[in-house]
Design a protein around this ligand. Structure first.
Ligand code: NAP
Length: 306
């Protein structure tokens, strides 16, 4: 069984279906994962002219179906990893599985201000590696004050005509070394004590409205790109107390996808707080399917569970 339908889950499905493991993939309400929230994807190998995020996911889904992956919609409500076969409840049904691949992903934290959701993929982004290239010679804003924000801002200085970090306090949370790098970069500017109120623009981003938290004065800053870099939340609520987690992310044995429970594997952004790319998630999905296949070939299978 595979839980999650982003690049990690669907790649695990392609590999496990082709290994005749008859995978059942459970997809939640936000099927397809974070790529469903993007527009153009230009860095996924094999697509010379780029591909629209939802189209890429649709292709992966059909590719996995071609080899016999079955799909089920529903939110997993309960998991029992204490005995094998493992059992998974999804509201109406309980399903048994010999091996489970968890690929539930992560979510970028969002500001929750007007304009943000609507303009996501149209100037608002949560991934500089993915989208920085679209903002060559444009004015860019990065919101946040942690290591992620500094990393994104420094990376974006390669593209933007100007990069402004907008932070809600008067000092950064980022590590000393990242702060030093950021302050030393002449292309980076900072606006402190700035509480973002709105991301402005009709069909594409035109700027950002913020309030100075000390004076209450509201200002507008022109920008064509707004990168929200205020952290991520891995989707691991269901696994708390059942698997070893660190900082909310699932622990895996180094260079494998094996979690702290034998037979349960994990792949993609639910494990990886560092790279967070579709291609790295897909790579881990492949690893998880191979790890599961090897484990299952050593352990007798249960009868078909669905
Ligand atoms: P983080 O350390 O939690 O920082 C989040 C930043 O966003 C903070 O500055 C926070 O402001 C701000 N923020 C949070 N919610 C906000 C909101 N609603 N509105 C405005 N601002 C908001 O997250 P992170 O930067 O993603 O880093 C997560 C972990 O990964 C950290 O341990 C970090 O060191 C690590 N990391 C390391 C590297 C590296 O070493 N190269 C790179 C990336 C991440 P406040 O400061 O006011 O709380």
């Amino acid at each position: 069984m595979i839980i999650g339908s982003g690049p990690a889950g669907l790649t695990a499905a392609v590999y496990s279906a082709r290994a005749s493991l008859a995978p059942l993939l459970i997809e939640g309400v936000e099927a397809g994962g974070q790529l469903m929230l993007t527009t153009e994807v230009e860095n996924y190998p094999g697509f010379i002219d780029g591909i629209i995020g939802p189209d890429l996911m649709d292709r992966m889904r059909k590719q996995a179906a071609r080899f016999g992956t079955e799909y089920m919609s529903g939110n997993v409500t309960e998991l029992d990893f204490s005995t094998r076969p493992f059992s998974i409840a999804t509201g109406e049904s309980t399903i048994l599985a010999d091996a489970i691949i968890l690929a539930t992903g992560a979510q970028a934290k969002m500001l929750g201000v007007p304009g943000e959701r609507r303009l996501l993929g149209h100037g608002v982004s949560t991934c500089a590696t993915c989208d920085g290239f679209f903002f060559r010679e444009r004015e860019i804003v990065v919101v946040g004050g942690g290591d992620s924000a500094m990393e994104e801002a420094l990376f974006l200085t390669k593209f933007g005509s100007k990069v402004t970090v907008v932070h809600r306090r008067d000092h950064l949370r980022a590590s000393k070394i990242m702060q030093e790098r950021a302050f030393a970069n002449p292309k980076l500017e900072f606006i402190w004590n700035a509480k973002v109120q709105e991301i402005v623009g009709d069909t594409t981003v035109k700027g950002l409205r913020f309030e100075d938290s000390r004076t209450g004065v509201t200002s507008e800053l022109a920008a064509e790109g707004v990168f929200v870099a205020i952290g991520h939340t891995p989707n691991t609520k269901l696994f708390e107390g059942k698997l070893e987690l660190t900082g909310g992310y699932i622990d895996v044995e180094p260079n494998t996808t094996r979690t702290s429970v034998a037979g349960v594997f994990a792949a993609g952004d639910v494990v990886d707080s560092h790279y967070r790319q579709a291609i790295t998630a897909a790579g881990m999905g492949c690893m998880a399917a191979i790890d599961a296949e090897r484990m299952l070939s050593d352990v007798p299978l249960i009868e078909t569970a669905w």
